[in-house]
Write a protein that binds this ligand. Structure first.
Ligand SMILES: [Zn+2]
Length: 319
């Protein structure tokens, strides 16, 4: 395999698709949290329990599923690793702690989003950090699932920018990506995040859930509605400082609700199909039984109730 950034031999193993420091709250590093990483295509659910969670029967931490072998070369891996450490040190470890407020230019947008602009990270450093995650995530998705999510040509534009920045290329590697816009959203008020996901239902803008960070990518000219809502807080390559949205909390929560609903719908469709295969009953009939059980366990969108209902029906019809 060739390195997805520089086309040399991809000789690195255990490369992170998403930096561990960004997704640590979603993959079981914390003491009393639990989170669900849902593969809605197969109705598989990985449940990560923190060590302090009473449901954690195992003494072993679950493996982080977001690493791959032979996707990057050692040089690209090292360069990205250095950048990720810097972002972690200057942003992830500091933006929720008041005593570091001087490291940021802090203000509210006219639409009342709370903005942090890191002073110790350049615009390119922040944007390369996020574009490289988007790129790795999409390329691996393309290799493994034959579905690139982003258009192939847009991935090439991102690749050119990443390579140009990491290897200090001459020539104008920034030109094609100048039209892209990125919205970067964190939640300053809580570190409880649940989702590492994206969905084909979310393409305008492309929306990525990388645990702590929710990222919108506009690859085409933004329309009036998007400009009105987000115009002021979108990031481009040409600007001097990066605007990172850190509040209000409701914005982050409403974005999280969108993916929760999509994943729940996908999950239920696939789960009911699996049950229909087991018991040969009609989909509609099984859906009713599933929903009865689901509402018995919970009346909201709750992945734990979903999996309980699915497991119970699987057991019932497998025997
Ligand atoms: Zn490389």
């Amino acid at each position: 395999m060739d390195c997805i950034i520089c086309d040399n031999i991809a000789d690195e193993v255990g490369s992170h698709l998403i930096p561990a420091s960004l997704i640590k709250n979603c993959v079981g590093n914390r003491n009393s949290e639990e989170s669900y990483n849902i593969d809605s295509k197969t109705a598989n659910v990985d449940i990560y329990y923190g060590r302090g969670n009473l449901n954690n029967q195992s003494t072993k931490q679950k493996q982080n599923h977001y690493t791959r072998d032979n996707v990057l070369c050692k040089t690209c891996e090292k360069k990205l690793g250095d950048l990720e450490s810097k972002f972690s040190k200057e942003f992830l470890n500091k933006f929720r702690i008041d005593k570091y407020n001087n490291n940021f230019t802090i203000y509210n947008s006219t639409t009342d989003y709370e903005i942090f602009e890191p002073k110790k990270l350049t615009n390119d450093e922040v944007l390369v950090y996020f574009y490289s995650i988007i790129y790795r995530f999409c390329k691996v998705y393309e290799i493994e699932d034959n579905d690139s999510y982003l258009e192939t040509n847009d991935l090439l534009i991102i690749k050119k920018y990443l390579h140009g920045f990491l290897y200090k290329n001459c020539g104008n590697y920034k030109e094609p990506i100048q039209k892209f816009k990125l919205l970067i959203n964190f939640n300053k008020y809580s570190d409880k995040s649940k989702f590492i996901a994206t969905s084909n239902e979310l393409k305008n803008p492309y929306t990525f859930y990388f645990c702590e960070a929710i990222v919108f990518l506009f690859t085409k000219k933004t329309d009036e509605k998007a400009e009105h809502l987000f115009g002021e807080i979108l990031n481009t390559i040409e600007q001097k400082h990066t605007k990172i949205v850190v509040g209000p909390e409701e914005f982050y929560d409403s974005m999280s609700d969108i993916i929760a609903r999509i994943l729940a719908n996908d999950f239920i469709t696939n789960a009911v199909n699996i049950i229909s295969d087991l018991n040969k009953k009609a989909y509609e009939e099984n859906l009713i039984e599933f929903n009865d059980l689901f509402s018995k366990y919970n009346d909201g969108i709750d992945t734990s109730a979903m999996t309980k209902a699915f497991d119970e029906l699987k057991r019932k019809y497998s025997s």
